[in-house]
Design a protein around this ligand. Structure first.
Ligand code: DAH
Length: 341
């Protein structure tokens, strides 16, 4: 009996299975219910009882090696491994995952925030969906001011009991929110998106970015404003830059000014971008109007302050030589991938 088992073990190990037909022949001969192995199990009861455990174990080994051989052959002959192709094709090109990167607008905004943070400004934000009251009334816009025109402003709901709701047309309402919520001294910048009903072109879009600044303390003067803007401009646009403050008008500042920097593309000589003037306008600014302070519960006899608001997108366009503002908002990957992290 032992002899028979051992020779069958050898036979099984030598049996070559190269096809489904070989496999079938193997199974029929050894592992099916009427095969040779089952027959040997049948003979087990005729073995002497003291020998039975040892022979039984030997038989189990035989059965296991036959079953293993069937399983291995099954696997090797299955369609996925047909033709002996390796299961993993190492020659396939890898799949490339693109990591995101910072949007050019956020890069420039980040730089601006860093410059002002170093000067002691903290960052405040407000909602893009804003109350008319904060966007206009509290900022001292008279009821008939042209900026309130439907032509310029996206109104969302009108005739609301708590007031008209609109998409903010500038970041200045964040000034109001900050002043209402915080006692002076106040020193904040407010970056964010603003919306205007503009004719869309390569130079203007219905949404763009502003960065607002507000400083309220005792004895703040226009000279402080100039020094701050000058320091900012030198860090942002280069040491050589010169500034020009032009008198202007905003309802929420008095006096008001617009600020130009020498064109940093031509160094002030005059080029296509600065329209031969040598200057680029970067912001509006001024001393916070006493009415605005009073509207926000701050006594203009005790406190004074300056504010400024600058456009961000034009700086982005000039910095990265992008010639159409719409590209900043369309999120076309062909464009965004040109600004890796
Ligand atoms: N809000 C103005 C605009 O959108 C910009 C501005 C001008 C902001 C003067 C200010 C300021 O804070 O003092 O055109």
């Amino acid at each position: 009996m032992e002899e028979a088992i051992r020779s069958l073990l050898q036979e099984i190990s030598d049996f070559g299975i190269r096809s489904d037909k070989d496999l079938e022949a193997f199974r029929l001969k050894y592992t099916v219910r009427k095969g040779l192995i089952a027959a040997l199990f049948g003979q087990l009861k005729s073995v002497a009882p003291e020998e039975r455990p040892r022979i039984g174990q030997l038989l189990n080994t035989l059965k296991q090696s036959a079953d293993q051989k069937v399983a291995d052959a099954d696997e090797a002959l299955s369609p996925t491994s047909a033709g002996k192709a390796p299961a993993l094709d190492l020659t396939l090109p890898g799949r490339r995952y693109f990591t995101g990167s910072e949007h050019p607008v956020q890069k420039v905004l980040g730089e601006m925030k860093q410059i002002f943070s170093a000067m002691g400004f903290s960052i405040a934000t407000g909602p893009e969906l804003e109350l008319d009251r904060y966007n206009f009334d509290m900022l001292n816009f008279p009821p008939d001011h042209p900026a309130r025109d439907m032509q310029d402003t996206f109104f969302v709901t009108r005739g609301n009991p708590s007031g008209d709701v609109l998409l903010r047309t500038h970041t200045s309402p964040v000034q109001v929110r900050v002043m209402l919520d915080n006692p002076p001294p106040i020193r904040v910048i407010c970056p964010g998106k603003v919306y205007r009903n503009e004719a869309i072109s390569s130079r203007s879009y219905c949404v763009f970015h502003q960065l607002e600044g507000l400083y309220i303390d005792r004895n703040v003067s226009f000279a402080d404003l100039k020094a701050t803007i000058y320091s900012f401009a030198r860090q942002m646009f280069g040491k050589e830059v010169k500034l020009r403050f032009r008198p202007s008008f905003f309802p929420f500042t008095e006096p008001s000014a617009e600020v130009d920097v020498t064109c940093y593309l031509c160094g002030g000589k005059g080029c296509r971008v600065c329209k031969k003037s040598g200057w680029l306008e970067i912001m509006g600014c001024g001393m916070v109007h006493p009415n605005v302070m009073r509207n926000c519960g701050i006594d203009p006899e005790t406190w004074s302050g300056y504010a400024f608001g600058m456009g961000v997108d034009r700086t982005v366009l000039l910095r990265y030589k992008i010639d159409d503002i719409r590209l900043l908002f369309e999120n076309d990957l062909r464009m965004l991938r040109q600004f890796p992290a």
